[in-house]
Ligand binder design. Structure first.
Ligand code: HAM
Length: 432
């Protein structure tokens, strides 16, 4: 039996000492989403399996091989979400969001589950920040969305991230393209890998995505979608590029980007990191104008992206980008004796109510060990309370950095006022 002290393969813990890195990224995502008018959407971690079969597409690797699907005690087939888009669309339809002023803009921060072979940057439980926009066909919206992602990477100070874009057209022009692809690939059918032989039957565009060297070489000379775009799709793609240029976002057009999910139409894109090895896509997305209708709604154009948080953190590590550490403990109030312990507890709680981070001894340590602990947690100030301090109603506040000391009254309101003043003074001296 698996050890209960070992996490399942392909999952990761975020420990208390590291969680500030996640919180920093999450706050940056939220700020960026707000600046673009996106509000948070939260959907369940599991959905009915057929949502993903219909939404993501039953010929995709995700649906064919990677879903965590199980039967409930009631006999329903349920799947842990492998991505955020299908659930967002389901919620959009279920709550009639098309009645809200368009475009509807929603973002999410979620865990996703795919039964993939774990490797660096590829997990079975991973986390996405995603943005989805409903109700516009305008290419300015595609460029706006891509710009939002680009801004995030800029704000994080990431370098060596390239943006690749493509248009995979609409069902109309794609039909001709599929014919051309099938004609081209049929000549090589017997030499293709097993997956590609099945793709040729079921999902020919995915042939371009094959990583097997022999098949990849064949893909290089295959017909490319941009040559088959209908006038409307071509005009749309030109519009996206023009708006990206206007926004100062650098990109390259890569006609082999087809994406691994079935719902895309027209614009598709990927942001690739040059520093994290094979699993280099840190963010990907595109337009999916047919998905809402596919799931039973009235036609509703839509587009979105999702960024992988773990891969962003890996990229930041590889580039030596550090995240500001959380502010340390403001004050440690050491104490000796019953009355002093109670006073320390009371003063800490008063401070905490004003939003400060205060600690006292809840372990039962001696005074020396308490001060050692105060040093370890990087307390900026300390104070020692004993019988004398309680009797006099005054204690010495010590600035742990400069060693400077001053008397502080222990009476609640005066204490808070004078401590806050001492802290402000120290803040000013460290950061004038
Ligand atoms: P996706 O390309 O499957 O697209 O995933 C988006 C991002 O999630 C990837 O670029 C990568 O950073 C991260 N990711 C995917 N799989 C893993 C994994 N196994 N381990 C770690 N990170 C991973 C989607 O999920 C679409 N729903 C994106 C979208 C939103 N399109 C339109 N709206």
């Amino acid at each position: 039996m698996a050890l209960i002290t070992k996490k399942p393969r392909g999952t990761e813990d975020v420990l208390p000492r590291d969680s500030y890195r996640w919180q920093f990224l999450e706050q940056l995502f939220r700020d960026e989403a707000r600046a673009f008018g996106y509000r948070e959407l939260r959907t369940p971690v599991f959905e009915h399996t057929n949502l993903f079969e219909r939404g993501v597409g039953d010929t995709t690797d995700i649906v064919q091989k990677e879903m965590y699907t199980f039967l409930t005690k009631g006999g329903d087939s349920i799947t842990l979400r492998p991505e955020g888009t299908a659930g967002a669309c389901r919620a959009f339809l279920e709550h009639g969001l098309h009645n809200d002023p368009l475009p509807i803009k929603a973002y999410y921060l979620t865990s996703c589950y795919r039964y993939e072979k774990p490797q660096a940057g590829r997990l079975r439980e991973f986390h996405q920040f995603g943005m989805e926009c409903y109700g516009t066909q305008n290419p300015a919206a595609d460029a706006e969305l891509i710009t939002a992602a680009a801004n995030i990477f800029d704000r994080l100070g990431l370098k060596n991230i390239s943006l690749e874009i493509n248009s995979i057209g609409c069902p109309k022009c794609r039909a001709d393209y599929h014919k051309a692809l099938i004609a081209y690939y049929t000549r090589y059918r017997d030499s293709l890998c097993e997956d590609c032989q099945s793709r040729l039957e079921r999902n020919p565009m995915r042939l371009l995505d094959c990583k097997v060297p022999h098949d990849h070489e064949i893909a290089l000379n295959a017909p490319m979608m941009p040559d088959y775009l209908c006038d409307e799709c071509k005009e749309h793609f030109d519009g996206v590029k023009a708006y990206l240029d206007a926004n100062g976002v650098t990109y390259t057009v890569n006609p082999t980007i087809v994406r691994g999910l079935d719902y895309y139409t027209k614009t598709v894109f990927e942001f690739l990191s040059g520093d994290i090895g094979a699993q280099s896509a840190v963010c990907a997305g595109g337009r999916y104008d047919g998905l809402i209708e596919e799931l039973g709604g009235n036609p509703m154009p839509a587009l979105g992206f999702a960024a992988g948080i773990e891969r962003l953190l890996l990229t930041m590590d590889a580039q030596g980008i550090t995240i500001p550490a959380p502010s340390p403990c403001d004050i440690y109030i050491a104490s000796m004796g019953e009355e002093a312990h109670k006073k320390a507890s009371d003063l800490c709680n008063l401070l905490r109510r004003t939003g400060l981070y205060a600690e006292f001894d809840v372990v039962g340590r001696g005074l020396k060990a308490q001060m050692k602990y105060a040093n370890k947690i990087g307390a900026r100030f300390s104070m020692v309370l004993g019988d004398d301090e309680i009797a006099n109603g005054i204690a010495k506040l010590k600035n742990m950095d400069s060693g400077e000391q001053r008397d502080l009254p222990l009476d609640g309101e005066a204490f808070i006022k004078e401590f806050t003043a001492a802290k402000l003074e120290a803040d000013f001296n460290t950061n004038p």
